[in-house]
Design a protein. Structure first.
Length: 231
């Protein structure tokens, strides 16, 4: 797998390869919690000198794995690529060229979005060898995952955290590190009086958001910077 020849120079004039970071918004909202955290992660990666691109998965027309098994065909020279052609194909090519990806998803009904799951399967299943269940992927891509949810931190730690670590386990087939950042008890809407959401106290929600969300933005910034810096 070849990376694009993008580089910069250090103070001695020596060429330094520029990291390529791909940001993937797996939520339907382009200006809400998940998108804002991903934008902060993008800023962090850029501050470390990385080349960064953001893609909204909801803008793409694609499906989950179609079980065509082209990636398992013995005639295929590159077994770790998804060969199904649709709206995700170009994005997957960019994934294969990246040093790290950062994918964000809200938690809906206790799960990441369907777009995120479909992307995960399409980007990792081809690398799963049915000969020995090891990875056939020849590169290394680190993965950062940003989750936003209405659940509070205690509930996430007790119920969601182990589930999410297991859920995103397939990314290990990309041979890199996987890190999950959870933003909990988020502000769902700007005006709760307009919706049937009487279970939540709007005043408490807004107070928590004002105090916690800036910290989550900083954590996302740090995540982006870290992924763009680590070897």
């Amino acid at each position: 797998m070849s990376k694009l020849a993008i580089s910069t120079k250090n103070h001695r004039g020596e060429e330094i390869p520029m990291k390529k970071i791909l940001i993937l918004n797996g939520g339907p909202r382009k200006n809400n919690n998940t998108a804002k955290l991903l934008a902060s992660a993008r800023e962090g990666a850029a501050s470390a000198g990385a080349s960064v691109e953001t893609i909204d998965l909801y803008n793409l027309n694609f499906t989950d794995c179609r079980s065509c098994l082209a990636c398992k065909n013995k005639k295929i020279a590159v077994p770790w690529k998804c060969y199904w052609k649709d709206g995700l194909t170009e994005t997957l090519e960019k994934v294969y060229e990246a040093d790290a990806i950062i994918i964000g998803s809200p938690i809906y009904f206790g799960e990441p979005t369907g777009e995120v799951r479909s992307f995960m399967v399409r980007s990792t299943f081809p690398a799963l060898s049915y000969d020995d269940y090891e990875s056939t992927f020849t590169g290394k891509i680190d993965v950062g995952i940003i989750l936003t949810m209405n659940a509070d931190q205690d509930y996430y730690d007790e119920h969601y955290k182990p589930r999410m670590e297991e859920y995103f386990w397939p990314f290990h087939f990309l041979n890199g590190k996987t890190e999950i950042l959870a933003s909990c008890d988020t502000l769902q809407v700007p005006d709760y009086s307009r919706y049937r959401m009487a279970s939540w106290d709007e005043t408490k929600k807004k107070a928590h958001h004002a105090e916690q969300f800036p910290k989550d933005l900083q954590a996302a910034f740090d995540l982006g910077k870290r992924l763009a810096s680590q070897q």
